[in-house]
Design a protein around this ligand. Structure first.
Ligand SMILES: C[S@@+](CC[C@H](N)C(=O)[O-])C[C@H]1O[C@@H](n2cnc3c(N)ncnc32)[C@H](O)[C@@H]1O
Length: 380
């Protein structure tokens, strides 16, 4: 996810509808866990950020993701899918959280072989419509589904999907770990309230046992093991043979919970500006939390998946042909645009190192190549 100018204003949505509803709920039920707040802020029917009939992606929206920069990511992902399907002797493709449908559109356009099916798994009804428009304009007709087919063989794609799954927040205090809950004061203003009881969550305690050194009072961060378990359980129940390709920003847990990352990874995006206050305008801006790739890998291994690859986005793209997808005979302005796209996707200060790629295998018959891309599995 990256920011570009210019900012835009938002017509037609009652500014405080969701804030009022959430404030009322907190007054009646008491402080909300942040994952419940995030869930509502992003997906509440009609007023949740991803449910509003208003552009999210691109210049007229709030942020740009890698598929919106051009088709280079999609072409490398398509090559990955072709090679994986070759190893599997066929199979389908399923994409979680397809956004505006751009990645699906460009992957379908670049695939050498035709998959048995291309499934889209999207919980936002508004984005499903946008996906249908993007894809039908290209003459592609994938299928939407609420859950993977019972028996699925092939490739599962998740680009910037896990960062949108609700997370919980904690703070280290002199008295121990506390969960950061969402409370409300007069004027429907939200604020963080620390709560002792849910700070005894086993996932959080395990993290602290393993990471001992993160102990300075005031240290804040996030964890989302509950949401990861739900997703991985779904994959576990359906994926019989194949590979799951996860591309997202995040870190292995030792980097994620590094003592210097003391304010966590929670980020909001509105009008191509980023900030870290999720209470500013719920429902009108994106909220995301980085991915703890160690947690994903460990929970996946517990379910019998194998970690086939963990590398940087730059490494993955180079491994899967990034330098071959650029057209050296294009005119100068196209070559400039291509160079810009490659730089944003691969430069360590842009998406190249902040985005990581994790591939999980289930009964997958081959190793994945690490010819060009660094093998970072030992960092997980
Ligand atoms: C940050 S956007 C990324 C979109 C797209 N993959 C891209 O890279 O441009 C997150 C996407 O995940 C979808 N999403 C979030 N939770 C979901 C869930 N549980 N099931 C399906 N889609 C979900 C959102 O509606 C949105 O399409």
């Amino acid at each position: 996810m990256t920011a570009i100018s210019p900012p835009v204003s938002e017509p037609g949505i009652p500014v405080d509808a969701l804030r009022m509803r959430l404030a009322e709920r907190i007054r009646q039920e008491g402080p909300l866990r942040f994952d419940q707040y995030m869930e509502q802020a992003l997906y509440a029917p009609e007023h949740g950020y991803y449910e509003r009939a208003y552009p999210v992606f691109g210049a007229s929206g709030d942020f740009v993701t890698a598929p919106g920069l051009g088709d280079f990511l999609a072409r490398c992902v398509a090559r990955f899918c072709d090679l994986a399907r070759e190893e599997l002797g066929g199979g389908a493709i399923a994409e979680y959280g397809p956004g505006n449908g751009r990645l699906a559109c460009d992957v379908l356009g670049a695939l050498q072989g035709s998959p048995d099916d291309y499934w889209l798994l999207e919980r936002s009804s508004w984005l499903r419509k946008e996906q249908a428009e993007t894809l039908s304009a290209q003459g592609s007709f994938p299928r939407w589904t609420d859950a993977l087919p019972k028996v699925f063989e092939g490739v599962v794609l998740a680009n910037e999907f896990l960062d949108a799954l609700p997370a919980r927040c904690f703070e280290v205090t002199d008295q121990g770990i506390r969960e950061r809950m969402v409370a409300v004061r007069e004027g429907d203003e939200f604020y963080w309230k620390l709560e002792a009881s849910s700070g005894s969550d086993p996932d959080l305690n395990r993290l602290f046992t393993e990471l001992g050194e993160v102990s300075a009072p005031g240290y804040c961060s996030e964890w989302r093991h509950d949401a990861l378990r739900t997703w991985l359980d779904e994959l576990d129940g359906s994926l019989k043979r194949g590979v799951v390709l996860i591309i997202d920003y995040g870190y292995p847990c030792r980097e994620y919970y590094h003592p210097q990352r003391a304010t966590g990874t929670l980020r909001c995006h509105a009008d191509h500006q980023a900030h870290s206050d999720p209470f500013r305008q719920p429902g009108h801006e994106d909220i995301s939390v980085d991915v703890d790739f160690t947690a994903v890998a460990e929970l996946a291994v517990e379910r019998g998946f194998e970690v086939l690859m963990f590398t940087s986005q730059a490494g993955f793209l180079l491994e899967y042909g990034l330098l071959e997808v650029a057209d050296p005979s294009a005119d100068e302005s196209t070559r400039l645009a291509q160079r810009g796209q490659i730089e944003t996707l691969t430069h360590p200060d842009h998406m190249g190192e902040r985005f990581r790629v994790l591939a999980l295998g289930r009964d997958f018959p081959a190793e994945l190549p690490h010819t060009v891309c660094p093998d970072h599995r030992n960092r997980l």
